[in-house]
Design a protein around this ligand. Structure first.
Ligand code: PHE
Length: 358
């Protein structure tokens, strides 16, 4: 029986494919295999012989079964490895020239500006945070100090998610701004905190400068002694890097439920000659809302307002894309018109940096 064990195990080890493995299996533990035949002889043995041979045969059968399973798994792994090696494809290779001329796509202005913003804020130590686009009304409103009766719920033209009859979970909305990510980041990371959150937001609105889906970039910095002065510096630094020239800003007192004090920020521009030029002239264009994070908002995010304070801002990505690249109509951003995409699209991501880098 030892011989049988040795030969069977070494044949299993030497098998190079499944068919061969199956042959070995049949010869050893198949119906007419040697182990099976030996088992059949147990009946004719004396009780003592059987007591000794029975368990040995069973153990041998188990050992062979296990060895076959292991070998089978090893053969499958090797086959997969071989296939992966053979079918390997480098998706980063540039397209062949003939192909490229006709079908290469372009980077959408929103993607371009999204990357530009992330790169500039990254230079100032802001990490990127994200949150869901379908948001609970607690995160979108209540946690931001916008209670149920507050007019800004109606002002924001919120899209509510449909509910089945009898479904009494709290309502969900398509987020109307990226500000709920402030709360999520505070809860997840605590203080100190320095994040931006670029993302899609939704409001029921449609005209030359409004689409039901658009993009915002939220900023949030929390530390022990953050002030409006830090906010002003960060924004001026940002606009200068983004527009590639120095841009004056103007802070106008305003009101948001989630900041106190609050300011709307305008950038310097000229409207002369029917086009908008940023960074020159005597006119002003509103580009974002901002302020010092309201103590109630910090508390909703699990941060102690007696110990920490911070600023927040929210800016329209599409808006500043229109300004920088002279795109007149927001609605065209999302029409997927190939001629528009070719005209306003970018061939590759080139991102600006801060004055002289940091
Ligand atoms: N969430 C505001 C909006 O969408 C913008 C904002 C963000 C204002 C952060 C202040 C602070 O209009």
């Amino acid at each position: 029986m030892d011989d049988l064990r040795e030969t069977t195990l070494s044949r299993i080890e030497a098998a190079t494919d499944e068919a061969e493995l199956e042959e070995v299996r049949l010869a050893a533990i198949g119906k007419k295999g040697e182990v099976s035949l030996a088992m059949r002889q147990l009946g004719g043995m004396s009780p003592e012989e059987r007591k000794e041979a029975g368990p040995r045969l069973n153990a041998l059968k188990d050992e062979i079964t296990a060895a076959i399973a292991a070998k089978k798994a090893a053969l499958e792994d090797a086959a997969l490895e071989a296939r992966l090696a053979e079918e390997w494809l480098d998706v980063t290779l540039p397209a062949r020239a003939a192909f490229r001329d006709h079908t290469q796509g372009s980077v959408h202005p929103v993607s371009q500006v999204w990357e530009e913003c992330t790169a500039i804020f990254a230079d100032m130590g802001f990490a990127v945070a994200e949150g869901p686009q379908v948001e609970s009304d607690w995160y979108n409103f209540d946690a931001l100090n916008i209670p149920g009766h507050h007019p800004s719920r109606a002002e924001m033209d919120t899209f509510y998610m449909a509910r089945a009859d009898g479904d009494d979970r709290p309502p969900h909305v398509l987020r109307t701004h990226t500000s709920p990510v402030q709360i999520r980041s505070m809860q997840a990371q605590g203080a100190p905190l320095r994040i931006i959150c670029p993302g899609r937001v939704y409001r029921a609105d449609y005209d030359q400068t409004h689409t039901p889906m658009f993009h915002q970039i939220e900023g949030l910095a929390i530390d022990r002694d953050i002030s409006m002065a830090n906010l002003k510096w960060v924004l001026e630094e940002f606009f200068t890097a983004y527009f590639g020239r120095s841009v004056k800003t103007r802070f106008r007192a305003s009101h948001f439920p989630f900041t106190e004090p609050s300011a709307e920020v305008d950038i310097q521009c000229s409207f002369e000659g029917g086009t908008v030029k940023v960074g020159e002239g005597d006119d002003w264009l509103e580009v974002l809302g901002s302020g010092m994070v309201h103590p109630k908002v910090l508390r909703a995010g699990g941060i102690d307002p007696d110990e920490w304070q911070g600023f927040a801002f929210g800016m329209g990505i599409d808006r500043i894309a229109m300004l920088k690249y002279g795109i007149p109509d927001l609605r065209a951003f999302f029409d997927s018109d190939l001629r528009w995409l070719r005209h306003y699209g970018f061939s590759g991501l080139q991102v600006p940096t801060l004055r002289g880098g940091v």
